[in-house]
Design a protein around this ligand. Structure first.
Ligand code: HEM
Length: 305
C-alpha cells in the first residue's frame, strides 16, 4: 500500500501537481458506474426516425453500429499509420481490422433479412438524397489505407502527372462515379452535399497520409523482416483487403438487390447512383495493396463465381 502511495505521489510531483490537494479532491469523487461510463442514456437518444414505420429504427441503429465499427478500424489505422511499432503488434492490429470487417459482413443479415421489404421501400422514400455513400469514415479509412492515386480508376490514371493537385485527384476518384455525370459535368445532390461538408477534411487527410498510409508503411516494414515474417505481414494485409473491399461490399450489394431489385423492377437508389453497376467490387476495383496480388487475382477482383 505504501509503495503504491509513494508511486502516485512521485508521479504527481513529476507532473507538477500537489499530491495533497489531489488526494483531497479524490475523497469527493463519486463512484464510477456503468451508465455514465458507457453513456448509455445519451447513446439511446441518438435515434430519430423520420416516419412511423417500426423497421426504420433497425435501419438507423444498424447504420450507427456500422459507424462505430468503422471508428474501431480507424482507431487501429491511426496507430498503424502514425506511430512506430514492432511488426508483431502491427500484424496483430491488422487482424483486429479483419475481425471488425468480418463483424460487418456477418451482421449485414440484420439488414438483408431483418426488415420488412414493404416498410423499407416506404420509409426510404423520405430519406432521399441521403445515402450510406455519405459515410465520411468510409472515405477516411481508404485514405489511410492506400495512395490516393490507387483510388483513381485505371482509365483516368494516365491523366495524373506530378503536377496534379489533390483537388484534381479527388475529382477523379472512383466514388465520383456514384454521383458525377462526366458527360454533363454535373454532380447530383448526394455527392455535392457530401463534398461541401467533407472535401476540405478529406484533402487534409490525404495530405497527411501521403507518406504514411498503410500501403506505404508496410513496404518499408517488409525491408527489415525475414521471409516468414514478411509472409505473415502480407497475409494479414491481403486478408483485410479482400474482406473489406470484396466480401463486405458483396453482402452490401446483395442487400441492395434484395430491396431494390427482387420483385421484378429495379428501383432508384436514394443516392441516385447506377447502384448495381457502381457498388460491384469488380467495377470499383478498390484495391488497397495491389502489389500483394497476382495478375490473375487482380484480373478476377470481385468477379462473382
Ligand atoms: C437496406 C440496406 C441498404 C441498402 C438497400 C443500401 C443501398 C446502397 C446504395 C444503392 C448505395 C449506392 C449509393 C446510392 O446511390 O445511394 C449505397 C452506398 C453505400 N452504402 Fe448502403 N445500403 C444499405 C445499407 C447500408 C448500411 C447499413 C451501411 C452502413 C454504413 C451502408 C453504407 C454504404 C456506403 C459506405 C456506401 C458507399 C459505398 C462505396 O462508395 O463503395 N449501406 N448503399
Amino acid at each position: 500500500m505504501e509503495n503504491i502511495l509513494q508511486e502516485i505521489k512521485d508521479k504527481l510531483i513529476a507532473n507538477g501537481q500537489d499530491p495533497e490537494n489531489y488526494l483531497r479532491g479524490l475523497k469527493h469523487n463519486r463512484a464510477i458506474n456503468y451508465w455514465e461510463y458507457v453513456m448509455v442514456d445519451t447513446l439511446l437518444t441518438l435515434q430519430n426516425p423520420r416516419t412511423d414505420f417500426k423497421d426504420e429504427t433497425i435501419f438507423i441503429v444498424y447504420h450507427q453500429i456500422t459507424e462505430l465499427v468503422l471508428k474501431l478500424i480507424r482507431h487501429e489505422l491511426e496507430q498503424l499509420c502514425l506511430s512506430n511499432m514492432e511488426p508483431a503488434l502491427f500484424i496483430e492490429k491488422l487482424y483486429r481490422m479483419v475481425r471488425y470487417t468480418d463483424l460487418l459482413s456477418s451482421s449485414f443479415s440484420i439488414m438483408n433479412q431483418g426488415m420488412s421489404y414493404e416498410d423499407y421501400n416506404q420509409f426510404r422514400l423520405s430519406l432521399s438524397p441521403a445515402s450510406g455513400f455519405q459515410s465520411a469514415q468510409f472515405r477516411f479509412i481508404e485514405l489511410m489505407c492506400t495512395d490516393i492515386d490507387l483510388l483513381i480508376p485505371a482509365y483516368l490514371r494516365n491523366r495524373v502527372t506530378p503536377e496534379t493537385s489533390l483537388e484534381e485527384k479527388f475529382s477523379m476518384l472512383y466514388w465520383q462515379e456514384a454521383g458525377f455525370n462526366r458527360e454533363t459535368n454535373k454532380k447530383n445532390k448526394t455527392l455535392s452535399d457530401f463534398e461541401l461538408k467533407y472535401l476540405p477534411l478529406f484533402i487534409q487527410s490525404a495530405n497527411q497520409m501521403k507518406s504514411c498510409n498503410l500501403n506505404t508503411r508496410y513496404k518499408i516494414m517488409l525491408e527489415n523482416l525475414d521471409q516468414d515474417k514478411q509472409n505473415d505481414l502480407k497475409n494479414a494485409l491481403r486478408a483485410f483487403d479482400k474482406k473489406y473491399n470484396v466480401d463486405w461490399p458483396m453482402v452490401h450489394l446483395e442487400t441492395a438487390r434484395t430491396y431494390l431489385k427482387s420483385k421484378g423492377e429495379t428501383k432508384t437508389a436514394t443516392g441516385g447512383s447506377h447502384w448495381e453497376k457502381y457498388l460491384h467490387p469488380a467495377f470499383q476495383r478498390r484495391i488497397y495493396f495491389p502489389d500483394l496480388w497476382s495478375e490473375t487475382e487482380l484480373e478476377n477482383w470481385g468477379v462473382e463465381k
